[in-house]
Design a protein around this ligand. Sequence first.
Ligand code: CMP
Length: 591
Amino acid sequence: MPHDVTLIATLAVGFVFAFVLGYFAHRLRLPPLVGYLLAGVMIGRLAPGVVADSAITGQLAEIGVMLLMFGVGLHFSTADLMAVRRIAVPGAVVQIALATAIGVGMTHFWGWNFGAGLVLGLSLSVASTVVLLKALEERNAVSTPNGRITIGWLIVEDLAMVLTLVLLPAFAEALGGHVPADGHGIGEGSLLANLGQTLVKVTAFVLIVLFFGPRVMPWLLRQVARTGSRELFTLCVLAVSLGIAFGSAKLFDVSYALGAFFAGVVLSESDLSHKAAANSLPLQDAFAVLFFVSVGMMFNPAILLEQPGKVLSVLGLIIVGKSLLALGIVLGLGYPLSTGLTAAAALAQVGEFSFILAGLGIAYKLMPVEGLSLILAGSILSITLSPALFALVDWIGGRLAASPRWRGAYETGRGQAYPRLLAELEASKLQLERKSAAHKTFTPEELVGQFPLFANLSAEQREVLLLHFETRRVQPGERVIRAGDKANNVYFISSGEVEVVPRGGNESIKLGPGAFFGEMALLTGAPRSADVTALDYCKFLTLSRRDFRQLLKKYPLIRDQVVAQASERGAMNVSLLEKSLAEQEPPVAGN
Ligand code: CMP
């Protein structure tokens, strides 16, 4: 009997179909996501026997969500979110509330009960992070104020959904559903007790992660990065993201998604978070793709023919309802039409959270299975229509900006809301820059531009080397090295000038940017051979004795140059000393 290869089959078929259809979707100028969803639909319909293991696809989907949420956490700048809070928080909350209310009202006409309508409404009220980020990326708008506002809005939506996912089990029974025995650990008891228990666990989890995380994780990441092994670094990122997610789900009963999100938040505090994001991105992409494939597999296209009315109302709520709500809320808060139009287009789709929520709603017997098919249909159609919607708002925006009557409302809105937000965003950017400047020494390119010594290192090696440097600034006149002292650092001059006065001599030598000093004592183990004093404001990159030794051991080419320089200096000092001795006392015969 051949051994069980369901997982391999799921992965292989999933990747192949997703790739082919994603590629064609791209060629048709549709988001590749549409292709992935369709790939899932095809696998689910055409080859159900091959990869129909719902347990495995479900788990793959969960990994996809964990990595996605980890990515969201990793890009979560608390300062950015604070800057856009006045629009993002009321915007997201009001939009979720109103869209959900419309959903409940709509399903009332279909004869669904309140619980079912609530799950459907909530599912439709939240937009997909992936779709939004891809749309903004395509338009080069991720870091524009409107881009940051919509991302902030979406993060609030995501947080609200995380809370909803956590709380749904607690409310499921009260809403007329049924929580299976293996549901997310909500024991029996009254609703209030369940709610209290959930909140206490979540709070304990958040506090523990936020308290210990920033102390431990950035340190850990730095240590691992210093090994210079990309493999170990990637492994560390995965271990942290999946480890925290899994561990927290087991210990605190929070969802995997929430655990992964906080793992990302914790790592985002590290100056290596960009590297972590870059390393986890390929996996995040791959599993996110499988997530959509597995969602597509659940979709039954027959719903389009069987329930065209319901599909159209769901689509109407997503595209028309949510857009108008976003636009209305933004304008109501006094922000400009440009923001309103961006938010309207960017948030008029549904994605990952909708499916998870719907899946949970079905598991708890709150919503009929048909609900998920409707959401899936709405999602596939809204994502497909998203580029057209963007084109429409672009066209409207262009006309408004060109009209003298509307330009003000389009660009700045009413009152001080938008100017204040812009100022806060700018401050947040400056704060981030300052923070990263405090940690960061150079980019690898700048390092080589300044220090030809490192020209032979690969980009990866330079990046690792930069982790070892510390920045030190000194004032004019400050003594950096005292002759005769014990040595512990070597200095690379990034800016400014220093004066070197070798021991016992009268001559001084000036060193400027690109030069290094302090290497001689470290090489020989002897005391410092010279006084080194700053002549103006200087910035140095310093390496500890240990890191310097490792550098030389690892890169013989650098070692040879450093040793050559040191011996040249040593020889120069000997001759300087001889010269000064000769000047002090004229030669005595026989000496
Ligand atoms: P170290 O002996 O560790 O501390 C003083 C540093 O001054 C020394 O390493 C060299 O880096 C630097 N130095 C000493 N002599 C000279 C020289 N003649 N020219 C340039 N730099 C020197």
